[in-house]
Design a protein around this ligand. Structure first.
Ligand SMILES: NC(=O)c1ccc[n+]([C@@H]2O[C@H](COP(=O)([O-])OP(=O)(O)OC[C@H]3O[C@@H](n4cnc5c(N)ncnc54)[C@H](O)[C@@H]3O)[C@@H](O)[C@H]2O)c1
Length: 340
């Protein structure tokens, strides 16, 4: 049993606490929050002991693991404190406010040898698992471009709408999608460009963000995070040298990734293009079409992955170096668009 505490009771109470309680290998020993009402709620719902003072909780309870789900501005201070006290850390995304803080956390992790992983949930989502399966199968050939689009129509009026609070779409969603794309690409970011627009949000922060990353293997990762689209845009398009895949809904109304590709033993002949022009959807060309269903049963229990790392000593599902790369891309985006 891993004796676990949770710090910060927003996402902490809605996601982490129930997951920990439900898991046979974790024991929730206490929670902390600066807000008394949140502590009372945690007590009422889960009968868990609460502390207003996080340091006091760590020193009294001596947990093996601290799950940090406080606002991002406290991540560095709390993660460093816990690791210095000999406690492993599972830290909410984004790792920190900027790369400076992220590197400070990284240095303490190296020096203390404590285990540290950042919660990047999108890696374990069913659509990511489906897309990764298709890429790993090799039927698309070499992947040269992935387009990932997050779209909704949601005019923000909360703290998220203002730059002074670190709000905006890039800050809010960027860490998720940058990590997801780099994970699927298997590469490291080489060139990064970014544009931010404020279209309809009531504040001054962006509600539409576009990031383009070129990886060290030459792959393009094109990310659109659009809070002001009145149509739900296609969330996935994956291009390879032998085929293209796209998210769609099949005839049974189920979400699938549809792949149109050329079998590995069929030669993609140059002269076919010359003879007939565009053959991308031509019936006479030997394209295979296959649907890969995005199944609920692919869903991963993240705390199983945590147990493998914190409990069994396996490699982390999200290596720290990957998260540092995400932080560097975010920093670059801020650099080119004007840091808040
Ligand atoms: N992984 C995800 O999908 C996901 C989703 C939402 C938020 N997050 C991340 O989780 C973190 C928290 O976001 P949230 O949406 O839960 O915010 P929130 O504002 O809903 O909750 C944060 C909680 O932390 C408490 N708090 C404030 N200062 C504290 C301190 N110094 N010590 C302990 N507790 C403190 C607040 O009282 C509040 O209860 C952020 O880093 C955010 O980026 C991740």
């Amino acid at each position: 049993m891993i004796r676990t505490v949770v710090i910060g009771l927003g996402m902490g109470l809605n996601y982490h606490v129930p997951k920990i309680i439900d898991h046979p290998n974790f024991e929730l020993v206490a929670v902390s929050d600066v807000n008394q009402e949140k502590l009372a709620l945690a007590k009422e719902k889960y009968n868990v002991q609460g502390y207003e003072d996080t340091y006091k909780m760590l020193i009294t309870e001596k947990p093996n693991l601290a799950v940090i789900a406080s606002p991002t501005q406290f991540h560095a201070e709390q993660a460093i404190q816990a690791m210095e006290m000999g406690i492993d850390v599972f830290l909410e995304k984004p790792m920190a406010r900027d790369t400076n803080e992220a590197r400070q956390i990284y240095e303490v992790q190296k020096r203390t040898g404590r285990k540290l992983m950042i919660f990047q949930p999108h890696r374990a989502f069913t659509d990511t698992i489906t897309v990764k399966g298709i890429i790993d199968k090799g039927i698309l050939g070499n992947i040269y471009m992935i387009k990932r689009t997050m779209s909704c129509f949601l005019i923000r009026t909360s703290w998220q709408a203002y730059k002074k609070n670190g709000g905006g779409t890039l800050n809010n969603h960027g860490a998720h999608f940058i990590d997801q794309m780099l994970y699927l690409s298997g590469g490291k970011p080489e060139n990064v460009s970014c544009e931010l627009l404020r279209v309809a949000a009531t504040g001054d922060a962006d509600d539409c963000a576009r990031i383009m990353i070129k990886t060290d293997s030459g792959m393009l990762l094109d990310i659109e995070m659009n809070m002001v689209s009145t149509i739900n845009l296609t969330p996935w398009v994956i291009h390879g040298t032998r085929g293209t895949a796209m998210y769609t809904i099949n005839d049974e109304g189920k979400p699938v990734v549809r792949v149109r590709y050329c079998e590995p033993d069929v030669e993609l002949e140059q002269q076919v293009y010359h003879k007939t022009g565009n053959v991308s959807e031509a019936a006479e060309y030997p394209w295979q079409i296959e649907d890969f269903e995005i199944k609920d049963e692919y869903a991963v229990n993240y705390y199983d992955l945590c147990y493998e790392y914190y409990g069994l000593g396996k490699d982390p599902f999200v290596p720290l170096e990957d998260t540092l790369a995400v932080m560097e891309v975010l920093e670059k985006c801020h650099e080119v668009t004007g840091k808040y």
